[in-house]
Design a protein around this ligand. Structure first.
Ligand code: HAS
Ligand code: CU
Length: 597
């Protein structure tokens, strides 16, 4: 249907060859990161389930950091910049202002990534003094080599300049079209970038103000709670930075693949505005168990998080309604019978839909995370990786892969190497992730911790309510293996598409929404207003918590008093009133060890 809309019309590559080259480069960088990240993923999945151990456990954090950073920083964000460049150019129907500038920010992002990756891989070579075993949540007290922080900083600056590129394009478009509504895809790009500018304030201060000087030895210590809080200031909204490109595809491409049209353009705009407003003032929901942050601030973060469910619930409604519309256009009938009329043989459609379906489950595990009291049950357990492999690992990753099957021919003027393999690949991902994330969620409820190489628990009995730990471990390892095979199939299919016959006439128009932009209030397009309100909400949510952290434990920490990141019992006891309790403490511990043995 999408092809029929302007079949025979010039493709994106025909219309904008220079821009198509940048988009291809960004997507290829993203796929290289995905493939490498998958190698580290399978190593670690098989290692912690004790199925196969190719590396010593001492390298576990190097592997985990490489997996995390390659997947959630490089794969996702390179895809985003490629997709957003395509969406901006396509929807504004104009070339970028200066393609050299575009290549410059892309180059910066590549340099930044290489620096960070070299620093991480240094961890495998103990004889060199470079490592960054700090995980993708790189806050203190873990410390990385300056190359890692420097690389991250350059990468983020690259994304800022990318955003400026798209704003530049829009600004000039606006001069030529003063009375027109911002085209929907461009609107999505711009609001997402405004959210990103707000969010990255936190990480810029954390990295440039504290972590980098600390790793360079310019300052002796940092306040771990402060860098953690600044990290999560960015660490929550970044998840929507990964998700918004998937939403852009669900809103603007998926309906046309289903044979229909987007249900409501105004609702889509409302959703993106809500994300701009609400994504940042919720980061403290990652810190419910952090001492040093008052419960009241955690309550506020929880309340804001619950509001933030709204745009995703609106999305579920709008996207499913658009799909239903498409199915009925294709002759589907009945309450659920229309589902059969959807184009399930199209890998792009099926992949994106399965991704959406899994996001419904990921969203529910997110709601559980967000409840302050239930969070205590699952925090730092394998439940959390279960949650984010459904969200970023499927809603986002599977949508990106599936959309590539549709987009790549438009960027290259070549056919996809194999549609059946593509269809098998997206289904395999779904099955693999169903197994892996199910096992992770259940193991999390059993209390199996995340981020450890050795969770064997030999000699420890778990109540086997769903399945034994051994069975769950095998389920996890099997799921991980299917995901790895699925990634290889994806990478091979795209690589082999370099030698397929050329095609043209793919067109690049998308159908108009059923309810168009004219139906939405003009104020929705007032980007300055939403940016301003977004900033105010962040100031309201963060000023007091940050001020109280600095007041309690100092801008740069106060050594051992600052934060119980590392408690040394002798230091605590020495010369303190607690020393009086020492004899009692040793008696209690002797008693306890008696009970345990
Ligand atoms: Fe999360 C932890 C709460 C969404 C990623 N999250 C994480 C971490 C990551 C992550 C990476 O409150 C771990 C960080 C770390 O390493 O410590 N998360 C939420 C909430 C949401 C949420 C409330 N998370 C995401 C998304 C992510 C992501 C999106 C990545 C892209 N998350 C948390 C909390 C924690 C957390 C706590 C801390 C846990 C802890 O203790 O450490 C919400 O945004 C979710 C809303 C979603 C929905 C679903 C709507 C359904 C839709 C499907 C439509 C269906 C379609 C298909 C299209 C309400 C839109 C239809 C098909 C047919 C066949 C018809
Ligand atoms: Cu979050």
């Amino acid at each position: 249907m999408a092809e029929a809309l302007d079949a025979g019309a010039p493709s994106f590559r025909d219309r904008f060859p220079d821009e198509a080259a940048v988009v291809r480069a960004a997507l290829l960088s993203s796929f290289i990161a995905l493939t490498l990240g998958a190698v580290f993923g399978i190593i670690q999945g098989l290692h912690r389930t004790n199925v196969l151990r190719v590396l010593d456990s001492q390298f576990y954090y190097t592997i985990l950091t490489a997996h995390g950073v390659l997947m959630v920083v490089s794969f996702t964000i390179f895809f985003l910049v490629g997709l957003f460049t395509w969406a901006t150019v396509r929807s504004l129907e104009r070339p970028l202002e200066d393609i050299r500038y575009t290549w410059a920010w892309y180059g910066l992002m590549v340099v930044g990534t290489l620096m960070a990756v070299v620093a991480i891989l240094g961890g495998f070579v103990p004889s060199v003094d470079i490592s960054a075993d700090v995980l993708f949540t790189f806050y203190a007290p873990l410390q990385a080599h300056p190359l890692f922080y420097g690389g991250l900083a350059i990468f983020v600056i690259g994304t800022w300049l990318a955003g400026a590129d798209w704003f530049w394009s829009w600004y000039n478009w606006k001069q030529a079209h003063p009375d027109e509504r911002i085209p929907l895809q461009a609107f999505m790009v711009l609001t997402t970038m405004l959210m990103w500018y707000i969010a990255t304030i936190g990480i810029a201060i954390a990295v440039v103000g504290f972590l980098l000087p600390w790793s360079l030895g310019l300052i002796e210590q940092v306040n771990p709670l402060l860098t953690r809080t600044l990290f999560w200031f960015w660490g929550h909204p970044v998840v929507y930075f990964w998700l918004m490109p998937a939403y852009l595809l669900w809103y603007t491409v998926l309906p046309s693949l289903a044979g229909g049209r987007l249900f409501s353009d105004p609702l889509a705009r409302v959703v993106f505005v809500l994300f701009l407003l609400l994504s940042t003032p919720v980061g403290i929901h990652h810190q419910y168990v952090d001492p040093g942050i008052a419960e009241g601030f955690k309550m506020i973060a929880m309340t804001n998080t619950m509001f933030l469910l709204l745009p995703s619930l609106l999305t579920a409604f709008t996207v499913v309604a658009s799909m239903e519309h498409g199915a009925r256009q294709r002759g589907g009938t009945g309450l659920f019978g229309w589902l059969r009329a959807l184009p399930w043989r199209d890998p792009a459609f099926t992949g994106m839909t399965l991704a959406g379906l899994m996001f419904a489950a990921g969203g529910f595990s997110g709601m559980i995370n967000a409840g302050m009291n239930i969070n205590y049950l699952i925090h730092n357990t394998l439940w959390v990786p279960g949650h984010f492999h459904l969200t970023v690992g499927t809603a986002v990753a599977l949508t990106f892969m599936a959309a590539t099957y549709w987009l790549w021919p438009r960027l290259t003027n070549r056919q996809l190497y194999s549609r059946p393999i593509a269809l098998g690949q997206v289904v395999l991902w779904f099955v693999g992730m169903a197994l892996m994330s199910n096992a992770m969620h259940v193991m999390g409820l059993f209390g199996v911790p995340r981020r450890t190489a050795e969770p064997q628990y030999q000699g420890f009995d778990f109540v086997a309510s769903f399945g034994s730990i051994t069975e769950l471990r095998i389920q996890l390892a099997l799921g991980a293996t299917l995901l790895f095979v699925s990634t290889l199939l994806f990478a091979a299919n795209i690589a082999l598409s370099s030698w397929t016959p050329t095609v043209s006439g793919h067109g690049h128009r998308l159908p108009d929404p059923l309810s168009g932009p004219g139906d939405s209030p003009v104020v929705l397009d007032n980007l300055k207003l939403w940016f301003g309100i977004g900033m105010v909400l962040v100031v309201l949510a963060y000023t007091l918590p940050l001020a109280s952290i600095v007041q309690d434990s100092g801008l740069f920490g106060r050594g051992i008093d600052a934060y119980p990141a590392m408690i040394e019992t002798p230091v605590l006891l020495e010369g303190s009133p607690l020393s009086l309790a020492e004899p009692l403490a040793s008696k209690v511990s002797a008693m306890l060890s008696g009970v345990i043995s």
